[in-house]
Design a protein around this ligand. Structure first.
Ligand code: SAH
Length: 367
């Protein structure tokens, strides 16, 4: 655990970056009782209050002490778009002026927040728009958890159950420590008390990260972005495959400690005439043999600058049928929010490192 002093950068404590135990220590360092940390957590997470002055069950002098010595950095909603299917995309501004996108997907039947873990992404998957940005920086734990606070408040869900999918911008296992810390902060019972069973972490399969994840006390559901059935093809679509090839990823999956009745989801983006043939489907079924798995097929969400096409529904169904015939559980992901570019792989904001601002704007504008 980092010493409380770490959080007093620029002499101010950022409550949004603290786990409960760290906040307790910080209060002690201020000469205050530890139990106030729980009250503060309730205000910040359960009630969405980030102004210390409004925390009415704290003594007045404590409030003024805190106002002088801490901040509660919270992403600011800069733009909010609503799709015709109810999906909402949020453009959030972070403390340093960088931007990320987060998405609310209603009634699937669950209420789901799709959260980012990085500004941009270093994985450079060939069909993903975020990958075009390159990695700008990791998000902090407070910024990851902060997206959930902001979206839950904006959608009136602070008091309702919701799911979290780490499927926004970025690769969660490439920002391991902050992602896991954010999950601990969200799990805190005096805060939003999000059960790990309601969280799904989606990854390209960074093997050392998967091995660490397998030992976590607080274990989210796991989704692996597979997308191909041979190393040659996967390396072309998902470049990290060069370092962590299919056999290694599937080997970790085979050994992954799953709770009773839980399974690993394998995501497979279908690209017309690239990875959507009956042979691909049969190979996929063979690869997953012996793994407690389910397959989530994602027909490509096309985007400007992405050199692939979405297969026909007929082709998607044929692929799904081959898997089902081999006793795999298959679902086809309905793409949500495409009219506002909130669907998988369509999240991108300006300021990426690989593209000039003008190029990125051109992508955003659709040309
Ligand atoms: N980096 C993580 C999480 C972010 S992406 C990962 O790769 O798993 C979440 C899912 O959306 C991944 O399965 C990703 O491959 C998929 N995706 C990316 N671009 C897409 C696109 N254009 N169409 C459909 N799905 C896409």
């Amino acid at each position: 655990m980092p010493p409380a002093a770490v959080m007093f950068t620029q002499t101010r404590l950022d409550v949004a970056e603290a786990e409960l135990s760290e906040l307790e220590e910080a209060l002690e360092a201020l000469g205050r009782p530890r139990f106030h940390a729980r009250q503060i957590f309730q205000w910040v997470y359960k009630r969405g209050v980030t102004d210390v002055a409004l925390m009415s069950d704290l003594a007045r002098d404590l409030r003024s002490d805190l106002a002088a010595s801490c901040t509660i950095a919270t992403p600011v909603v800069e733009r909010q778009e609503r799709s015709e299917d109810g999906t909402m995309k949020f453009l959030l501004r972070l403390a340093d002026g960088k931007h990320i996108e987060s998405v609310f997907i209603p009634d699937t039947p669950a209420q789901t927040f799709c959260i980012s873990t990085q500004v941009g992404c270093a994985m450079a998957c060939g069909f993903c728009l975020t990958g075009k940005m390159g990695l700008v920086r990791n998000l902090t734990a407070g910024e990851i958890a902060g997206q959930v606070r902001v979206l839950a408040a904006a959608t009136d869900l602070l008091d309702h159950p919701f799911n979290i999918v780490l499927m926004g911008m970025g690769e969660p296992l490439h920002n391991y420590d902050d992602t896991m810390k954010a999950l601990r902060m969200l799990h805190e019972e005096h805060g939003l008390a999000v059960s790990p069973r309601r969280v799904t972490l989606s990854t390209v399969g960074i093997v050392p990260g998967l091995e660490r994840l397998a030992r976590e006390p607080l274990m989210p559901n796991l989704a692996i972005s597979l997308h191909a059935t041979t190393d040659e093809q996967r390396t072309r679509l998902v470049p990290p495959n060069r370092k962590y090839p299919l056999a290694e990823i599937l080997d970790v999956c085979r050994r992954f400690p799953l709770k009773r009745r839980s399974r690993i989801t394998f995501e497979y983006v279908l690209l017309a005439d690239v990875n959507d043939t009956p042979d691909d489907a049969r190979r996929l079924a063979r690869l997953l043999h012996g793994i407690k798995s389910k397959v989530n097929l994602i027909p490509l969400n096309p985007a400007p600058g992405i050199p692939y096409e979405r297969p026909s529904d007929e082709r998607v169904n044929r692929f799904a049928q081959i898997l089902a015939d081999r006793h795999l559980t298959v679902s086809v992901r309905k793409s949500r929010g495409r009219d506002i570019r909130a669907a998988c792989g369509q999240l991108i904001v300006e300021g990426g490192t690989k593209k000039s601002a003008a190029q990125t704007m051109a992508l955003l504008m659709g040309r």
